[in-house]
Design a protein. Structure first.
Length: 120
């Protein structure tokens, strides 16, 4: 599922709990990290999160269903974009526009993931 499809599905869901459940479902669709990918653990997340890269594509993994969904969402936002374009994006504003009610601790983790991409 691409980002536009994810966003549309989230916007159609009026129930806040339903949005979070949908976010967790997105995490189930994460592509597995391929062998030989270079992975970086994201410091600042309360869950274990790695962002990995191979052949110009990004992959991710996390030990929490919710965080796996956040990783899937962020990766869908940057999919197909080069590093220069990714650095220009306001990923946090886009996440906040989805009205996911993630809470302060999860938003700190989201910011840590975004910082990873901004510092490539």
């Amino acid at each position: 599922m691409n980002y536009a499809e994810m966003k549309n599905a989230l916007m159609l869901m009026e129930n806040p709990v339903g949005r979070l459940e949908m976010l967790m479902d997105f995490g189930k669709e994460l592509s597995p990290v391929p062998d030989g990918a270079i992975c970086t653990e994201i410091v600042g997340c309360t869950s274990f999160v790695e962002i990995c890269q191979k052949d110009g594509r990004f992959y991710g993994r996390a030990d929490s269903f919710m965080v796996r969904g956040i990783v899937a969402l962020i990766l869908s936002m940057i999919d197909g974009k080069d590093i220069i374009d990714i650095k220009k994006m306001d990923l946090m504003a886009e996440i906040k526009s989805l009205d996911l009610n993630l809470g302060a601790a999860r938003l700190n983790g989201v910011q840590s993931m975004i910082n990873f991409f901004k510092n490539l």
